[in-house]
Design a protein around this ligand. Structure first.
Ligand code: BGC
Length: 912
């Protein structure tokens, strides 16, 4: 039977098909070793055999899956049979699966002529440890929590002249030796309350950083799974883990700034989830007879301190190379002076496979320059604001101490400008062991947001090679491109991508540098759609939506940030922030056709909506004082919280109605439709005059109302005209903040003022995107005036890497380049390039679940030309700004207005 199946697997039935399946993914991931579900969703893309072919559609598919047991040939498990369907994603593999299963699957597809493709190359995946009983490993710590419960018992207080007394803790090292028989496979399941790395026989098991990441630890801790078959050998072995506080017990959020005490009396800013970090490792060895041996953390493991003497995400890391433990993860190391690890009890959180993408060192950057700013103070400029750390290269005497500081900006005199880091100390320190061949070091359990690096204490004079920027962030697969006739916009787009990279760091953070780096929900909902043009964020957001829902308040409100380490009751019912709980799942569904994300969080979203309407029976909007409003807007007329709250309430209800339809909840769909209509009516009654004027007469109010479709069709033009007038009266400049900027340009373009949107986009005077770029920005600023005359403005809250105002990327791609979705999952797309009058060329691409969608247009000599790429399985509604007849690749093309177009590459032209 086994052989027969293998034979079927290898034979190629029919070929000559126009399409072949490629880029197979399981739960959005490329060959994941451990997914957290027994109902994995499969997807693939379709590649055209002939790149010039058009109108390609899949008409059917067939899937096969085999179990991969013990590394031997698979046994048949599941086949779908030929399914007549165009579906290529979100297909559930409905076999009975369980923890530790490993499968391979493949697919073939049929094209429009009913010709079958060859079978795809197989994709593999594994199921992680799903049941609590699957984990036999204990949580181990270096010390019992109890030891640290009073300030008197805490060690390692450091006085920082700027920050006062900091309590910084060293990393802990754990090790165990074991005998292994001859194995066919070794799998390590690992997690921590804290952050960890693991080595086996002197080699790191992975390049992941800051694993297992941040989650609502009181409910859920994520775990990683590594294939370590190559690292384990028959006979003696050793395994070792390094453990630091990370987000679990280190300084997080802005707790130090605001004096939020954690679990230890008298210590602010840290210990919100627990006091001592703990690690849990389960190494499973599979033998050729199918049996399994497990090496798991328990109280036979030994523990010690070592070279990492301080480690904290916000504060930085200190490494004393004199304290290194050579060979500690190899067998034969003398650990007789090490202590015995203790078992950490009372940890009831669910352990689940990490559903997102890992944080990794993605790229390196060499400094552009190095200057001796003052005697012995060397400042390196990377030329780009990034998130990460540096690799230090140094040669000197034992005990020499190099201090590394980080900053996004410099003062006029060349000193690092660190005031805006607030309570993030952001200092790494390296003490040399005096190796005559030189030493290199990269901090492990910290990261910083920076462009400039300062070294002090460096033995001698460093050249540029002493420092290398290591760019670290979540490894979301990047895609897409943008380019146009205005170089400022090209730089701005690069800045957006850099800002997204720096802030898609385990969760969507607000900033990578100061003492926040939190998953602010408002920022996340504003930017999520723009983000999807630049990277595949499906798995990354899937993960964060668990964080967000885990930290929903029990009465229904969503928090202002997630994970939410500081339990401050009822403080943040911020309109535009909490609504992230509805807007983000809706966006993920729209972009990836993902209805599971809706189903999984439907109860939570419904609770939120119930709370939202219960608290506002009179539909007057926002009842809380502590609310951010149109955050960082710069106009004189503020947008009241009540206005924003009511608008978001109506918008949420509309999205809920859409989502209810998508998951077949007809009753809920009707309920939310009615709720949306009711709130919309209340909004109009309170704010809209018959002449289209809003009683809140500012740019944000119109932008939000138009974008959320809160203005009846009959008054839309008049309202849009009011908006346009306001902008013109303000010298073609914006006054909008986080909430108003995102809808501003799309609302203008959708209501007859596209050229004005273009003028705002290309504005160079403050407040504008051009102002940032002209002032040397390499990332998106938090404020329109983050820097004035080259100095950091308002350093008490100012970041140079904040993506919210980068949400305009959505307009650049969707309206200017003119590529966007027209149906969930990009099954139908809209291609509508729109020159603005001053932008004469734009080109952009993104990756949809069907493949590349692109448009490249230009105007020249009275002719408009557009090269358009539509992926297979996709129909585009195309609208081109040409007068008179249209031609395609030089031949007349009989279409006008908006016309449908199947997959393929096209070159259209016509008079402009
Ligand atoms: C953060 C944000 C966030 C805001 C809430 C700031 O400190 O950086 O981006 O949305 O607080 O008002």
């Amino acid at each position: 039977m086994k052989r027969l199946f293998a034979l079927i697997f290898l034979t190629t039935p029919l070929h000559g098909a126009d399409l072949s399946p490629v880029d197979l993914r399981t739960e959005y991931l490329d060959r994941p070793l451990a997914i957290g579900t027994v109902l994995p969703r499969l997807s693939w893309k379709l590649k055209a055999t002939d790149p010039t072919a058009r109108n390609l559609k899949q008409t059917a598919y067939e899937l096969q899956a085999v179990r991969q047991a013990n590394g031997f040939e698979g046994t048949p498990l599941w086949t779908s049979g030929k399914v007549s369907s165009a579906q290529t994603a979100q297909i559930e593999l409905a076999a009975k699966l369980k923890s530790r299963d490993r499968l391979a699957w493949r697919v073939r597809v049929w094209d429009g002529k009913d010709a079958a493709s060859e079978w795809s190359a197989p994709a593999t995946f594994g199921i992680g440890l799903l049941e609590p009983a699957d984990w036999t490993a204990l949580w181990i710590s270096a010390k019992d929590d109890q030891v640290f419960t009073t300030k008197e018992n805490v060690q390692n207080f450091i006085d920082d002249p700027k920050l006062g007394t900091l309590h910084l803790t060293p990393a802990k090292y754990f090790r165990k030796e074991f005998e292994a028989p001859s194995i066919v496979r070794a799998t390590l399941h690992a997690t921590a309350l804290g952050v960890y790395t693991v080595e086996i026989n002197g080699q790191r098991v992975s390049d992941e950083r800051l694993a297992p990441g941040w989650s609502a630890y009181q409910r859920r801790v994520n775990a990683q799974t590594y294939d370590v078959t190559k690292l384990v050998r028959g006979g003696k072995n050793a395994i070792g883990a390094t453990l630091a506080d990370g987000w679990y017990s280190g300084y997080v959020a802005y707790g130090l700034l605001t004096g939020q005490q954690g679990l230890v009396d008298g210590i602010d800013g840290r210990y919100y989830y627990g006091v001592s970090p703990a690690v849990r490792l389960q190494l499973e060895l599979e033998l050729s007879d199918g049996s399994r041996q497990t090496i798991a953390t328990d109280t036979t493991w030994k523990t010690s301190l070592g070279p990492i003497t301080e480690s904290d995400i916000l504060m930085g890391e200190a490494y004393d190379a004199r304290k290194e433990l050579p060979g500690w993860t190899k067998d034969g190391f003398d650990d007789s002076k090490w202590e015995t690890a203790v078992c950490k009890t009372g940890t009831a959180s669910k352990v689940t496979p990490h559903p997102g993408v890992p944080v990794r060192a993605i790229e390196e950057l060499a400094p552009k320059s190095v200057k001796e700013q003052a005697p012995g103070v060397f400042v390196f400029d990377l030329g780009q604001n990034i998130s990460g750390v540096v690799r230090l290269k140094v040669k000197g005497k034992v005990g020499d101490k190099v201090k590394i500081r980080y900053a996004e900006m410099l003062h006029k005199d060349g000193r690092l400008s660190t005031e805006n880091l607030r309570c993030a100390r952001a200092v790494d320190t390296y003490i040399l062991k005096g190796d005559p061949d030189g030493e290199t070091w990269t901090p492990e359990f910290t990261y910083h947001g920076f462009q400039y690096v300062e070294l002090t204490g460096f033995p001698g004079t460093p050249d540029a090679s002493a420092v290398t920027g290591i760019i670290i962030h979540s490894d979301t697969p990047r895609h897409g491109s943008f380019e146009c006739s205005d170089p400022m916009l090209n730089q701005l787009h690069r800045n957006m991508v850099w800002t997204q990279r720096a802030n898609f760091f385990e969760m969507p953070t607000d900033c990578p540098q100061r003492d926040e780096r939190m998953g602010w929900t408002g920022d996340a909902q504003i930017y999520v759609n723009a983000a999807t043009f630049n990277a595949d964020i499906s798995a990354f957001y899937t993960k964060w939506l668990y964080d967000l829902n885990d930290d929903q308040w029990d009465y229904g409100a969503y928090p202002a940030y997630a994970p939410r380490p500081l339990a401050r009751p009822n403080e943040h019912h911020a309109a535009g922030w909490m609504d992230s709980g509805v807007i983000c799942p809706w966006t993920i569904w729209q972009v990836y056709g993902d209805t599971r994300v809706i189903r999984e969080h439907w109860r939570n979203m419904s609770d939120f909506m119930a709370w939202r309407s219960d608290r506002d029976p009179g539909l007057v909007g926002g009842l809380d004082d502590s609310n951010y409003g149109d955050w960082l807007s710069v106009g004189n007329v503020k947008t009241p919280i009540q206005f924003i709250d009511l608008a978001y309430h109506a918008y949420d209800a509309t999205l809920m109605a859409d989502m209810a339809v998508a998951i077949g909840q007809a009753k809920d769909a009707a309920k939310y439709k009615a709720q949306a209509a009711k709130v919309r009516a209340a909004f109009q009654k309170t704010y809209l005059n018959p002449d289209g004027k809003l009683s809140i007469h500012n740019q944000s109010a119109y932008a939000i109302a138009l974008y959320f479709d809160l203005i009846p069709a009959a008054q839309r033009d008049a309202s849009a005209a009011q908006l346009a007038e306001l902008i013109k009266a303000n010298g073609n400049k914006m006054t909008t903040g986080f909430l108003g900027t995102r809808p501003l340009l799309p609302a203008l373009s959708a209501s007859g003022h596209h050229d004005l949107a273009g003028i705002l986009m290309q504005q160079h005077e403050y407040p504008s995107w051009g102002y940032e770029v002209d002032n040397g920005a390499t990332t998106i600023w938090e404020r329109w005036d983050s820097s004035i005359n080259g100095e950091v403005h308002e350093p008490s809250m100012n970041s140079f890497s904040h993506y919210a105002f980068g949400a305009v990327g959505e307009w650049m791609m969707g309206s200017l380049v003119g590529i966007d979705r027209a149906a969930p999952g990009f099954d139908r797309v809209r291609v509508a390039p729109r020159p603005t009058g001053t932008i004469t060329h734009a080109s952009g691409s993104t990756e949809t679940r069907h493949g590349t969608l692109a448009c490249d247009w230009k105007i020249g000599g009275g002719t408009f030309t557009a090269m358009i790429v539509i992926p297979p399985n996709t129909t585009a509604d195309v609208t081109l700004p040409v007068k008179g007849p249209l031609s395609e690749s030089g031949k007349p093309f009989p279409a006008s207005g908006t016309f449908p177009l199947g997959s393929g590459r096209y070159t259209f032209s016509g008079a402009y």
